[in-house]
Ligand binder design. Structure first.
Ligand code: AMP
Length: 411
């Protein structure tokens, strides 16, 4: 008997470094996919540290749900992202011993105007990404710390940057402009859009579950701690509610969303420094700032406080308004898709948003399907179908990284 397949699956690590957490996922690219157009990385393990520098907690599990680590650490032991990454890597290395990774794919929030797709990281790329830190002060530094930590520990390993901005790179100039003096546009002060890894995944998924809708005019609502909308035409992004930074558009857990820029002038004139304003806009605004209760949608929905109710009402009102705006860009609406923590799991928030859309778009929800987070939650007589599709940003990073490996002959 001959052995048909001897090669082991290629292992790809996916690193998603957030403001107080580091998540590392291990993907195996099945051998049969090597060299084929059809790549399907499979999740095999996941580890994460949350509460870095405050109350660090490490959890790691295999894809089948088997928990391999669940431990809290003293604050000093995991004081920064460097230490956190080393720890997650250590835990996962037990499972990786026989299959060292061939590449690491990193989530990088801001790619600026230069990157329309994922890219292999070298010194020049790193320098370029460093220059974008002021445009994503809460995320980009952590993303770059993780890249440097890997460079130091495993200098030979191929690292790939997968950007939240890249999926939006084809936007028309009208979707990119802000009406400042034009010289600023040329200097890169333009609307980029974010959550692109999520939207790219949803565009692919929609093609699988509803190919007819995927060809049309679709608004995707990524409603998580961060929140934005994307207008898709035939699976391509044509506009987004986020702009130069991840502050624009919808109100979020702690971020403000769109503001009258005059409000910022007023704050500065009151004597607030740029750093103080930045901290307020990114960390003290949105649902948290309005409600005074929490940034967490579950807590607000459970709260009796009038301002918790006000914050949720405003959230739904603004989301509906912006959906209307993107439908104008698209010249109509063939489907609405909800995703991310709130979008995929919160029937009352979806119901409130859709109530605002009933008059304009004839949207009606099936209360039972909405309550169950079913894939299609609109009634048959709804003029626009409404879907719920969980997102998978890490799976998208694994796929983008695998494609780079394949296209460069490494798979
Ligand atoms: P994400 O950033 O995608 O992880 O989303 C986090 C947000 O999703 C938080 O505001 C959570 O409160 C919210 N969320 C998660 N599950 C639910 C749920 N079952 N109902 C309402 N909100 C939820």
């Amino acid at each position: 008997m001959t052995t048909l397949h001897t090669a082991a699956p290629a292992v790809i690590l996916v690193v998603n470094a957030g403001s107080s957490s580091v998540k590392v996922s291990v993907y195996a690219v099945p051998e049969a996919a090597h060299g084929n157009a059809d790549i399907n990385p499979m999740l095999s393990a996941h580890g994460q540290i949350e509460g870095i520098g405050v109350a660090p907690r490490l959890r790691a599990s295999m894809a089948d749900g088997r928990v391999v680590a669940d431990e809290s650490f003293p604050q000093a032991q995991v004081a920064d992202h460097d230490a956190a990454f080393r720890l997650v890597r250590l835990v996962l290395s037990v499972g990786l011993r026989d299959h060292p990774p061939v590449a690491i794919g990193h989530r990088v929030v801001h790619g600026g105007a230069s990157y329309a797709q994922a890219v292999c990281i070298d010194d020049a790329v790193l320098e370029h990404l460093e220059a974008l830190v002021p445009l994503a002060p809460l995320h980009q530094p952590q993303n770059l710390t993780a890249i440097r930590a890997v460079r130091q520990a495993m200098p030979e390993l191929l690292q790939v940057a997968c950007f939240d901005t890249a999926f939006h790179a084809g936007h028309d100039v009208l979707a990119q402009l802000m009406a400042l003096p034009y010289a600023y546009f040329e200097r890169g002060i333009r609307r980029y859009g974010f959550h692109g890894l999520s939207y790219e995944y949803i565009a692919r998924r929609l093609r699988q579950v509803a190919p007819d809708l995927a060809e049309g005019r679709v608004v995707v609502a990524h409603l998580g701690n961060g929140a934005s909308l994307c207008a898709l035409r035939d699976g391509r992004s044509v506009d987004s509610t986020m702009g130069l930074t991840a502050l624009d558009g919808l109100p979020m857990g702690t971020r403000c969303g769109a503001l009258d820029p005059g409000a910022l002038l007023w704050l500065a004139q009151q004597g607030m420094s740029a750093a103080e304003i930045q901290a307020m806009l990114y960390q003290e605004s949105g649902l948290k700032g309005l409600s005074g209760v929490s940034s967490d949608m579950r807590a607000l929905l459970a709260s009796e406080a009038p301002r918790a109710r006000l914050a949720v009402d405003f959230y739904a009102y603004r989301a509906a308004q912006e959906i209307g705006k993107l439908a104008t860009t698209l010249g109509g609406l063939d489907a609405l898709v909800f995703t991310a923590g709130i979008g995929a799991n919160s029937p009352p928030v979806r119901a409130r948003i859709c109530e605002h859309l009933a008059g304009l778009f004839g949207i009606t929800l099936d209360a039972g399907a909405n309550g169950n987070n079913s894939q299609r939650i609109s009634r048959d007589d709804s003029r626009v179908p409404v879907l719920v599709l969980p997102t998978d940003e890490e799976g998208m990073i694994a796929l983008s990284t695998a494609r780079i490996l394949r296209d460069s002959g490494r798979l």
